[in-house]
Design a binder for this molecule. Structure first.
Ligand SMILES: [Fe+2]
Ligand SMILES: [Fe+2]
Length: 283
């Protein structure tokens, strides 16, 4: 089972520019994923799908994802607008007013959560959403389950993008997941970097963005003193590949760019490969 993930696409950052930088970056990633062997079984697009909540950008998003050789499942981020998303994707139903749903994906059950509170940058997860999640988890307590959402529930350490562990939504989500040994992980976005942490006993992987990345800077930040630190950097567009091997979820991150290859599997290196494989127990 191979699950691809893209996040933080931010289409429409350059208004009225269909060929904008963020679209070029997205297309590069989607081209790579579509051509990949083995092919991903599905693609998660985990929020900040567009930048300013406008219908035109959602239409362009739809066009960008059309024709992919695997299904796409969307989550919403803080830059998204539910009503406008729903107009552009009328076939995707809201549940209780939120974009939250279950995907039965072979051996895995995916639960996509909605952590958007319109007007707020950080995450949200209200009592209604918590009750919905508890009910979904109660339906299949033994099936390996992956939680999918935009906002990371852990403190990433990048001060201006942080989730504060004291935010009430974090504890509400934690309460839902405590004692659920079938929850094998949580995948998210929002920080525009590859980050992993174990939060409340659950492995969490944050996918790099297709849009420009956030600079790595772990210093505290003073809202009264702009200190010229780097905030956004044009590092290559990234994606995640989550491989479920029947035992655990293994997350790989990569960038869609022309990698500089230093060694290939040719006759010169065949004996090295043979030696490495011969050490393994085999079937
Ligand atoms: Fe974002
Ligand atoms: Fe975000």
């Amino acid at each position: 089972m191979l699950i691809a993930q893209v996040t933080d696409i931010h289409l429409g950052f350059e208004p009225d520019s269909p060929g904008e930088f963020n679209r070029q970056r997205l297309d590069r990633v989607l081209d790579e994923l579509a051509a990949m062997t083995p092919r991903p079984d599905l693609l998660l697009a985990t929020g900040d799908l567009i930048d300013r909540g406008d219908r035109e950008s959602y239409d362009r998003l739809r066009e960008a994802f059309a024709g992919l050789p695997f299904p796409v499942h969307y989550a919403l981020g803080n830059h998204d607008v539910r009503a406008t998303f729903s107009q552009a994707f009328p076939e995707i139903a809201l549940d209780g007013g939120f974009l939250q749903y279950v995907v039965e994906a072979g051996p895995l059950r995916l639960i996509v959560l909605d952590t958007l509170e319109e007007g707020r940058h950080g995450g949200a997860f209200c009592e209604a959403r918590a009750a919905w999640l508890q009910a979904r988890l109660d339906e299949a307590p033994a099936v390996p389950t992956l939680i999918v959402q935009h906002h990371p529930p852990f403190e990433a350490g990048i001060a201006w993008m942080n989730t504060d562990p004291a935010e009430p939504w974090v504890e509400r989500l934690a309460q839902c997941l405590r004692g659920r040994s079938n929850v094998i992980g949580l995948v998210c976005g929002h920080i525009h970097r590859s980050i992993t942490a174990v939060w409340e006993g659950t492995p969490v992987a944050t996918c790099p963005s297709t849009a420009p990345q956030v600079a790595l800077d772990l210093r505290p930040i003073d809202p009264d003193v702009p200190d010229e630190r780097n905030l956004i950097i044009a590092d290559p567009p990234g994606y995640a590949l989550h491989w479920y091997n029947g035992r655990q979820l293994v997350t790989h991150w990569d960038t869609a760019e022309d990698h500089q290859v230093l060694a290939r599997y040719d006759a010169n290196l065949q004996s090295m490969i043979q030696h490495m494989l011969s050490e393994r127990p085999g079937p």
